[in-house]
Design a protein around this ligand. Structure first.
Ligand SMILES: NC(=O)c1ccc[n+]([C@@H]2O[C@H](COP(=O)([O-])OP(=O)(O)OC[C@H]3O[C@@H](n4cnc5c(N)ncnc54)[C@H](OP(=O)(O)O)[C@@H]3O)[C@@H](O)[C@H]2O)c1
Length: 245
């Protein structure tokens, strides 16, 4: 495989499960050294083993992204990175009438404030070095109304908006910022939704759920030199929209 990311370091948030773990492995397979972020030590050890088995170096940096002080401490421990994958996220579905202030705040803190603080802290050093790539992991919920996905989709729509702003802020210095909007994907996080979630796979043109590796491939492409003129874009990895009728 072409080693697109040799001598580059990637911080992947939420790399202890699902799309984040698959992304860590996809970047490692292409030569990147990986900083595995998450909270769960056992899951982190599994990702570290699998990254190292690919010949890449890896280390675990835990932080609870709901706490801004921990996000800042994470950026200080991490230092310089070439690639930032803002993947960690939560999705607790409830209709507006049933959404508690705590659920609202958690979505804003983890899905929106944490990526904001990470870009704020890490992108300037990329800009100084004249290169870097940031990928924000979004969702079809950013655009498509879903009953119960109100605050979740709102955080992803905001993240896509910030993607365009950051692309304009850091692009002149050679730092690209893009998003990948994932469709329904089989992960630890979505396993809890059972049959209801499997039916989401039948609602896309490909008529199936995505595997995390399929989203990771799109993320790795957007982070790679193959996408060197792509900036401020949201790539749809959502299996396609079925035609009406
Ligand atoms: N799966 C889908 O169908 C789908 C569709 C569209 C978009 N997405 C987006 O893709 C991303 C990954 O989704 P996924 O399904 O792979 O998720 P997942 O299986 O639930 O894994 C979530 C990851 O985020 C980390 N995380 C969650 N809350 C955290 C917190 N407070 N502090 C630090 N880390 C935290 C978890 O770490 P620990 O377990 O170590 O705490 C874990 O590594 C999310 O942004 C999600 O919105 C997913």
């Amino acid at each position: 495989m072409h080693r697109n990311f040799a001598q580059q370091t990637a911080l992947v948030t939420g790399a202890t499960a699902g799309i984040g773990r698959a992304t860590a492995l996809a970047l490692a397979a292409r030569g990147a050294d990986i900083i595995v972020h998450g909270r769960d030590e056992q899951r982190a050890a599994d990702t570290l083993d699998r990254v190292e088995a690919l010949g890449a170096t890896a280390r675990f940096e835990p932080a609870d992204l709901s706490d801004p002080a921990q996000v800042t401490a994470l950026t200080e421990r991490v230092g310089q990175v070439d690639i930032l994958i803002n993947n960690a996220g939560i999705f607790h579905f409830a209709r507006t009438a049933d959404t508690t202030p705590a659920t609202f705040d958690a979505h804003i803190a983890i899905n929106l404030r944490a990526p904001y603080l990470l870009v704020q802290a890490l992108a300037p050093a990329m800009a100084e070095r004249g290169h870097g790539a940031v990928i924000n992991v979004s969702s079809g919920a950013a655009d498509t109304p879903g009953l119960g996905s109100g605050i979740y989709g709102a955080t992803k729509a905001a993240l896509e908006s910030l993607t365009r702003v950051w692309a304009a802020e850091y692009g002149p210095a050679g730092v690209r910022v893009n998003a990948v909007a994932a469709g329904p994907t089989r992960t630890e996080g979505t396993a809890a939704y059972g049959d209801a979630f499997r039916s989401a796979g039948r609602a896309v043109a490909l008529q199936r759920l995505a595997e995390p590796e399929e989203i990771a491939g799109a993320i790795a492409f957007m982070a790679s030199p193959d996408a060197s003129y792509v900036n401020g874009a949201t790539l749809s990895a959502m299996g396609g929209q079925p035609a009406l009728g």
